[in-house]
Design a binder for this molecule. Structure first.
Ligand code: G4P
Ligand code: NA
Ligand code: NA
Length: 190
């Protein structure tokens, strides 16, 4: 998506040679008009399958997913909650996630009330790096006997294994911008 790539080049900052900071339009301040363009693009890319619900993960996915949902007939958005321990009660689906970026483990949790058998779930998130978060969400969708119809990502770090992880689970991935590499704190796209 050219508009997004242009924005990343203009406003993104590469930290420590491996983290792209996009706080001015994605992760802290949010550019709603740009999010609407994400919604149009995801709708175009996932137009072949009916979507009944969007699933994301707190925190950064939530704002994006709620705008994107407006382009999918206002389907409900559910966000998975991150928990440090497994004391979650009975009425939840949960999956164990390892974050390489933050070097910690956590559980993602969704109430059983909000994903139903037969739901056609589009998973949305801001970044795809190692794919651990997306893998956990796919696991939760499948526990519920719902169908993960795809994963829609705003920015994919194409040099990390996230895409292979998701595709190995037989789930389609669509990313709006794919970073090939960081070089001298400059961003190069695929
Ligand atoms: P993974 O989910 O793909 O395995 O990635 P990983 O655990 O390595 O990423 C941990 C967190 O860091 C995730 O956010 C992910 O979106 C974010 N992240 C990874 N690479 C980058 C990057 O280059 N730039 C930015 N801005 N974020 C990155 P999170 O911890 O789930 O938190 P939240 O910010 O959504 O609350
Ligand atoms: Na994030
Ligand atoms: Na995220």
């Amino acid at each position: 998506m050219e508009l997004l790539k242009k924005r990343i080049l203009e406003d993104g900052v590469v930290l420590n040679g491996n983290i792209l900071k996009v706080d001015s339009f994605l992760n802290h301040q949010m550019d709603v008009a740009l999010f609407n363009e994400f919604g149009k693009e995801f709708k175009r890319r996932f137009s072949d399958t009916k979507v009944t619900k969007i699933l994301t993960i707190e925190a950064s996915g939530i704002g994006i997913a709620t705008i994107v949902a407006q382009h999918f007939d206002n389907v409900p958005v559910v966000f998975a909650k991150k928990m440090d321990d497994s004391k979650l009660g009975n009425n939840v689906y949960q999956s164990y996630v390892h974050s390489f970026t933050k070097n910690k483990d956590y559980f993602v949790r969704v109430s059983k009330d909000f994903i139903n058998e037969g739901d056609q779930i589009l998973i949305i998130d801001d970044f795809l790096a190692n794919g651990c978060a997306a893998k956990g969400l796919i696991d939760i969708v499948r526990q519920a006997n719902a169908n993960p119809i795809g994963v829609g990502i705003v920015i994919e770090k194409g040099f990390q294994p996230g895409r292979e992880v998701i595709e190995s689970l037989d789930v389609k991935v669509e990313s709006l911008a794919i970073i090939d590499r960081f070089d001298n704190n400059q961003v190069y796209f695929k």
